[in-house]
Design a binder for this molecule. Structure first.
Ligand SMILES: [Zn+2]
Length: 419
């Protein structure tokens, strides 16, 4: 028998995720949206539907987060735990993190670096319906140089040949995306965030190999030279996209020519500002706050305003941004993807709707999934999240969802968890 439901809400996102349809209903059959209609025009005769009146809520497409580490703890000691815990411990944490994420309203996640033994097993359990969790796109373990950024996630590859083999191995395991660490990162003491880890030639080999197998490739990059390298190599998305000078006594080394090329090539950027915002708020509450600066950046600290300056120039030039929290890094808890939209509004000055759109339709487009998810339209998968209050008026109303529907199934209804 076909499962049919109707969800009524005071505010329902329009097709473009750019405004509200007042007092509308979303009709769902067999996991797909079949119609969106004013509540007044619903025929009351058809009692084959299960009807849920969600009341004074804002019903949006489920949030999408393009940057997660499912097995990381988001605690102050996240780095130590990622280094020392075994796969069983990491799998238990990842399972719980994915449950928290979906119950907060994030119905699709791209994981950009977790151990292979953890990530693929957790996805299998979610897909088979044994545990709740979001729709998952996986990179598995990221590709990094020996002792490079996040080497302890499991895949070290230095040369062109090794990198090609590493890409093939990830795709063979079921990776939907390749994550490569183009520079060092703050999470890894033996890596240097100010310098590239790979030459353009090695990056190009990885891009060629990923694209040969029809899989996108995204790169972590904090150093200016690393950012220039990945743009030249033609990767699909840039993660962080910062501009640290390779000289540890200097600040940033921004080059606008690189950004123009980024726009021409349609490369998306995940600015990871939501995670920074959560760390700052934790510190303001009296908690430890963000990690101590990595040694490579401690000689010349760069204020956040400078990074925001370069990100604003990039966005003004036409670079599009995804919402990616870097879930699992300190204070980037898996139930707080909404902080991406908060940061777009509060740190970058975007309109609320532009931020909400980025967290749904925009990031769906970046992930190549806009024809399936990202907006509420007939024919799309019924992934939805309802929020009390109106996030178009106050972006902080976008937070943990009160109702979550995934492929038409209700996981949480008016704050009651059903799974
Ligand atoms: Zn990350």
């Amino acid at each position: 028998m076909i499962k049919k439901s109707i969800f009524k809400a005071k505010r329902v996102a329009n097709e473009g995720v750019s405004g509200w349809l007042d007092d509308h209903a979303v009709v769902v059959e067999d996991g797909l949206i079949t119609a969106i209609t004013p509540v007044g025009s619903l025929s009351s005769a058809d009692d084959s539907y299960e009807v849920h009146d969600l009341g004074d809520v804002s019903l949006l497409p489920g949030l999408i987060d393009a940057h997660c580490h499912m097995h990381c703890s988001a605690t102050a000691d996240a780095q130590v735990l990622a280094l020392t815990e075994n796969n069983q411990q990491l799998t238990i944490r990842a399972t719980n993190n994915m449950r928290k994420a979906v119950l907060a309203g994030t119905t699709t996640i791209r994981d950009l670096g977790s151990r292979n033994e953890v990530a693929f097993a957790v996805r299998q359990m979610i897909q088979n319906g044994h545990v709740p969790g979001p729709r998952l796109l996986l990179a598995g373990s990221p590709i990094t140089i020996t002792a490079g950024h996040c080497w302890f996630f499991g895949t070290e590859a230095d040369t062109e040949d090794q990198v090609r083999t590493a890409v093939r191995a990830q795709v063979k395991l079921g990776a939907n995306v390749i994550k490569m660490m183009a520079t060092g990162g703050m999470f890894t003491p033996t890596a240097n965030p100010r310098t590239p880890q790979y030459s353009v030639a090695v990056l190009k080999a990885a891009v060629e190999e990923a694209h040969r197998m029809n899989v996108p490739i995204v790169t972590h990059t904090l150093s200016a030279q690393g950012t220039r390298n990945v743009v030249d190599a033609g990767v699909d998305h840039l993660i962080h996209a910062r501009w640290y000078d390779s000289d540890p006594t200097k600040g940033l080394d921004y080059t606008h020519e690189t950004v123009k090329k980024m726009v021409d090539q349609g490369q998306w950027v995940d600015p990871t500002l939501g995670h920074a915002l959560l760390g700052q708020e934790a510190k303001a509450r009296g908690e430890k706050g963000p990690m101590d600066p990595h040694w490579a950046v401690s000689f010349k600290l760069v204020e956040e305003e400078e990074h925001i300056g370069t990100l604003t120039k990039m966005h003004d030039a036409g670079v599009r941004f995804t919402t990616g929290l870097d879930m699992g890094m300190t204070y980037g808890t898996h139930d707080r993807s909404a902080a991406n939209a908060w940061a777009f509004v509060e740190k970058l000055g975007w309109s609320n709707w532009n931020a909400i759109n980025a967290a749904t339709a925009g990031t769906a487009e970046a992930l190549g999934l806009l024809n399936e998810i990202g907006s509420l339209q007939a024919g799309k998968i019924a992934d939805m999240a309802a929020f009390s209050g109106d996030p178009a008026t106050s972006i902080r109303n976008l937070d943990r969802a009160s109702t979550v529907i995934q492929s038409g199934s209700i996981l949480k209804l008016n704050n009651a968890v059903l799974v």
